[in-house]
Design a protein around this ligand. Sequence first.
Ligand code: SF4
Ligand code: SF4
Length: 332
Amino acid sequence: MFAQQALKSNPLQKGECIHTFGYPFRRGLSGGGFIYCISETRVVIGLIAHLSSEDPQFDPHKELQRYKQHPFINAIIKDGKPTHYGARTLPCGGYYSIPQLTSDGVMITGDSANLVDSRKLKGLHTAIKSGMFAAEVLFEAFRMNDFSATQLAKYEEKLKNSWIYSDLRQSRNFTPAVAMGVPFPGGPLLGFQMVTGGATPIGDLKTKPDYSTTEDMKRFYGSASPQPMPKADDRIIVSKLTDVYFSGTAHDEKQQSHIYLKDEAVCKKCISDYKAPCTLFCPAAVYELEQDKIQVNFSNCMHCKTCDLKCPFQNIVWNLPEGGGGPRYSLQ
Ligand code: SF4
Ligand code: SF4
């Protein structure tokens, strides 16, 4: 997720790019962050938090506010004001999560093909290159009037023989190692990977579906409490609803909700044992707890798809909304 700030005085140079590791992560929270200076007066502050968190009160929006409080970042944005906000899930499963990429009449490219290189914190280059390979194969398919799986498999071959696959292979254990916790036990495994080109001394690391990693309140917190949200000043620390406004998201209120809950009885159990994680992990306050029931404010939705992956009971069905709705991201 990211927030864009307009600055009166900018200590960074246009084009400067800083990646961070560590703060504000702790038990149940892992990932990284970035600071991109996109113009003389604007910076984008972003936080990447793994959805494999065990914390039932995992709230990436709150962590983004805590990230902005770090003295290094605060010194950059202290005279600024928020202008944009957004969130999306990054398919950073990498090498071992690449699906079958071709079939009759089908080629899958870019993020849909899980080509993000989490070690380098980027996926645009692989998305563009995979699109170029797909275009070359499609050009040939048009010439031969052959869109069969056999013809389109040439796209997959091109990918496998390119730097995309060799880069992703070197990153194959990066995300699972970071998700294990840095500096321990993930740090030494990351160091080992740098020397060996991606291997770890304990073999390839296993991953689990994100929804299955959430622990219940008792197990995760015991008698402790979640860290509170820093007090909003709507300048540096911004409330979730104000940030939804900054995302520019809009849907026709008269359309049928594109989100529904499969079984309200399941929610009741979840509210009692997990304290309704959806009310926190959703970066757009779509889910609200009202008198022991979950209310769905679908028109806030920013289409990030976190809820599709992180509801511990897989109780949320997210469909495509009517065309034209959603967040309005711009660089203005
Ligand atoms: S939608 Fe999912 S996360 Fe939210 S209360 Fe229901 S079961 Fe829990
Ligand atoms: S409802 Fe789901 S897809 Fe929409 S913003 Fe919330 S978590 Fe993201």
